[in-house]
Write a protein of this length. Structure first.
Length: 590
């Protein structure tokens, strides 16, 4: 009996010891770790509890069921750009978007299928700074917010994701040691302002947005920048900087279902980016909105303000969404090229001036006035004057795997989308000639020339909003024939503003290559829509009725005539003799 009692007491002691160990461990976990420079943010308490996501949300643990995510709508577009994106404001206060705005929104929403990391990082920073209140989205605690069936939160994350399209001028790219100094200085001055970072793999194949909140000094010149990574919701992770070697590295992934990999750089090679949140607070210039004064929904072009607010001093309330607010950016006319990948953009002018990364001499240039080229975590853009003739190359020279890119080109009142644009080194990918008046033909036109391989021809979508109406044209081109693999195509898109004429012309990239295409055909089919005072109409050129062009062939559509309901005609030079011999009338879709 005594032996049993002793054994029982020992068991009690062991049980008490286990409880004490568990309590001590739990207490240690609850105690916040402190860092040398510390905002007090912690991912488990202040970040989202859910992971980065695409455009579908799993609604069960095995992802056998999913629900679509609600991204941008007309309301968010109006917040981003003001009333200028609306064709009209409806009685219920909703915005009926211009076709160019609707098209832009659809492309951005589609891009979010690669992840919402940017929006999640920025919104987390806004919650922590007190600029936005998580209670408006379901809970006063950020880590208790649910994404599923929370449309308001889904749309808010999408809104802040979309702001990355317009913060180029505020991104900071310096060597790792300099970036570290900037972070330490700004955390010291503004401890409630977290700082989003953009990181890239060296081959630009993946980019990701993470959120810096603290700095820890280690030994021998090593510093840890503590980051919230929404692919690892509850973890305290770090980006490492070696100040002696002036290098940085981070082990992570662009999406939760991808394998973890290394992101790194040294000196000026592949720098990570600092993206201050204040650059996103307010309205943005709508580069695709009409600015023709005759348009019923256009805005006059005005001079851009020279004042630039500090990127760190965020306002104490959300950006207002009323017309005429001090945040509203005036309409400025420029062309903008975008690729939803972190790649190289290189441009040459007619005079031979350079801007962007020249892969031949591995140097960056900024020689062309008013040209800005910026690479962000999931997008690379070039902003250019509307009157600039340019030769443009897109490539990722660290891979040279002959990748293809989807490219969008915005101009006031138009967006041109090009799919499957092949990266280039010898020829430029794109040659642009701005609006040019030809007195002999009495036409005012612009052209986009895409240099392509016959087996990788671009898809084309051209969206127009002008004073007469709105139009959308989509074309797909198939190459039929055998040709030398080194031969290239000059795929020219022609647009006449005054007469409303849109066309495609197909040539060999050089005169010497003409004969290589003698026995080849280019089959073009597509779909078109027109919206004007007569409502919206759809017209199709189906694949079984495709236009078949020989080399040097062309076809043209006069969309102003189409808009007047005088028939839906396509004029074509099918045999490439520079004479229009074919007129095809299309029917409305039933």
């Amino acid at each position: 009996m005594i032996a049993k009692l002793k054994h029982h007491k020992l068991h009690i002691r062991i049980s008490i010891l286990c409880v004490l160990v568990i309590l001590c461990t739990a207490s240690a976990e609850l105690l916040p770790k402190t860092y040398d420079i510390d905002t007090g943010f912690r991912p488990r308490q202040n970040g989202f509890s859910f992971e980065n996501y695409g455009n579908d949300l799993c609604s069960d643990v095995f992802c056998m069921k999913s629900a679509p995510i609600q991204n941008l709508t007309g309301n968010e577009m109006r917040r981003l750009f003001g009333d200028r994106v609306c064709k009209r404001i409806l009685e219920d206060g909703s915005c009926e978007l211009l076709k160019v705005a609707e098209s832009w929104m659809s492309e951005v929403n589609e891009a979010m299928d690669e992840g919402h990391c940017e929006g999640m990082a920025v919104l987390t920073a806004l919650f922590f700074a007190g600029i936005l209140d998580p209670s408006a989205y379901g809970s006063e605690f950020v880590n208790q917010l649910r994404l599923e069936e929370n449309t308001a939160l889904q749309q808010e994350i999408a809104y802040w994701y979309a702001t990355q399209w317009y913060i180029n001028e505020s991104l900071i790219e310096e060597d790792p040691a300099t970036q570290l100094g900037i972070l330490i200085e700004e955390f010291t001055k503004h401890p409630n302002i977290l700082i989003p970072l953009g990181i890239y793999k060296r081959d630009f194949s993946e980019g990701h947005a993470i959120l810096a909140y603290a700095v820890q000094q280690k030994e021998d010149g090593i510093y840890w920048i503590m980051v919230y990574d929404n692919n690892y919701p509850d973890e305290e992770r770090h980006l490492e900087i070696n100040t002696k070697a002036n290098t940085w590295q981070y082990s992570g992934k662009a999406m939760v279902d991808l394998e973890e990999d290394l992101y790194d750089g040294e000196g000026d090679t592949n720098p990570f980016q600092i993206a201050p949140i204040n650059a996103r607070l307010g309205r943005f210039n709508c580069d695709f909105c009409p600015i023709n004064a005759s348009s019923p929904w256009a805005e006059e072009v005005t001079e851009e303000s020279s004042e630039s607010p500090s990127p760190w001093n965020a306002p104490s309330k959300p950006a207002p969404v009323i017309p005429g607010s001090p945040w509203t950016t005036p309409a400025i006319a420029y062309n903008k090229i975008g690729v939803n990948s972190a790649i190289n953009i290189y441009i040459e002018s007619e005079e031979g001036h350079k801007s962007g990364y020249d892969w031949n001499d591995e140097a960056f240039y900024k020689e062309i006035p008013n040209v800005e080229i910026v690479r962000a975590s999931q997008r690379t853009t070039a902003k250019l004057p509307t009157d600039l003739v340019y030769y443009l190359w897109l490539n990722s020279p660290d891979k040279e795997d002959w990748l293809t890119f989807d490219v969008d080109i915005t101009s006031p009142g138009t967006i041109l989308y090009l799919t499957d644009v092949l990266e280039s080194y010898a020829y430029p990918n794109l040659i642009y000639t701005p609006q040019t008046y030809n007195p002999k033909a009495d036409v005012n036109y612009e052209t986009f020339e895409v240099v392509a391989s016959p087996d990788t021809l671009p898809g084309v979508k051209f969206v127009i909003s002008d004073s007469e109406g709105e139009y959308s044209f989509s074309f797909a081109t198939e190459f039929v024939g055998d040709v030398d693999s080194d031969a290239n195509i000059d795929f020219l898109i022609y647009h006449d503003y005054d007469t409303g004429q849109l066309g495609i012309e197909i040539y060999a990239a050089s005169d010497e290559e003409d004969t290589k295409f003698e026995n080849s055909l280019f089959r073009i089919h597509g779909g078109f829509s027109i919206s004007n005072g007569n409502g919206e109409q759809s017209i199709a050129l189906p694949a079984d009725q495709a236009l078949e062009l020989k080399i040097n062939g062309a076809f043209y559509i006069n969309y102003l005539n189409w808009s007047s309901n005088s028939g839906y005609f396509i004029n074509a030079d099918l045999d490439g003799d520079y004479e229009l011999e074919t007129t095809l009338e299309l029917n409305l879709e039933s």
